[in-house]
Design a protein around this ligand. Sequence first.
Ligand code: NAP
Length: 311
Amino acid sequence: MKPQALFLLPPGWNALGADSFSSAVYDALLEGRDRYAPEAIDYFVGFRPPPGFLKSLPKLKAVISLGAGVDGFLQDPDYPKAVPLVRSVDPNLAIQMGEYVVMHALMIHRHQRFFDAAQAEHQWRQRMLTRNAADIRVGILGLGTIGAHIAAKLQAFDFQTLGWSRSRKEAPGVKSFAGAGELPAFLSQCDILVCVLPLTPDTRGILNSALFAQLPQGAYVINVARGAHLIEADLIAALDSGHLAGAVLDVFQTEPLPPDSPIWRHPKITATPHIAGITEPRSALAYVEDCIRRAEAGQPLPNVVNVARGY
Ligand code: NAP
């Protein structure tokens, strides 16, 4: 008999045909579509289950996240901590995130928003480059799987790269800073700061006034991690005071970003609707199948989250 995997689909996955979920390794059940006995479910697959939902599945062998970040699971006070939590590690996701950050770093460097504004007014306004990409230091908060990939892609365009993580890294060409003690030295050298940290109790609200004050005058901030990393009012104050020159936000405290949010109309903010990296269903389902195959064969699961650490 095959094990049973219960899927709770993220928005956008509902368009997938039922066949997409069939597998030789497990029987797939879709929450909201199929009837199931909670005690018969072996694996849960999803992104942000409602609080308390996983507690209602008493015999889980593993939980598989369809996203790289697992904050949506661990914020549930009833999350069953003894059940292994596997996070998605998909090369396609890192590739997409790298594209997003490189594109915005280049748009900042090449003054693209200035030219967009000029075009909107039908104005032929030239503007010289003030420096080369090789003179711009891009700092990555969270030099993990995605952060290291982003750094490598930025280097291909000659940007200088530095990174901050909990432990020291040996990523090629990246100046590594580790731990809270080295954060001020790291921040003082970031012309563009990219946040790609996991959301944990230690990193919630990290993008705040005190941090912005440690960035060089005229720095930019790109947040592609989670909305709760950023204190939005602090960012707007730092932009309005002229200390920060601009920000690119893909994630927000409230998603979808409410229509009356000042972020939409702020002249120094570029906002996108949480699309920097989108899990691709086919590769995610292949990953799920591989995880369950391994678990059923008694092999170790890949990318198991350290629940106490939060990532
Ligand atoms: P990862 O491989 O686990 O890397 C996380 C990095 O953050 C590690 O280098 C870790 O340091 C560092 N870190 C964690 N807590 C820290 C702390 N308190 N102080 C200093 N460094 C800390 O994760 P990933 O796969 O790169 O993903 C990162 C995040 O990106 C996800 O959690 C998710 O929230 C976000 N994301 C967003 C999108 C989007 O579309 N916007 C898409 C995918 C992912 P160590 O290496 O020393 O442990």
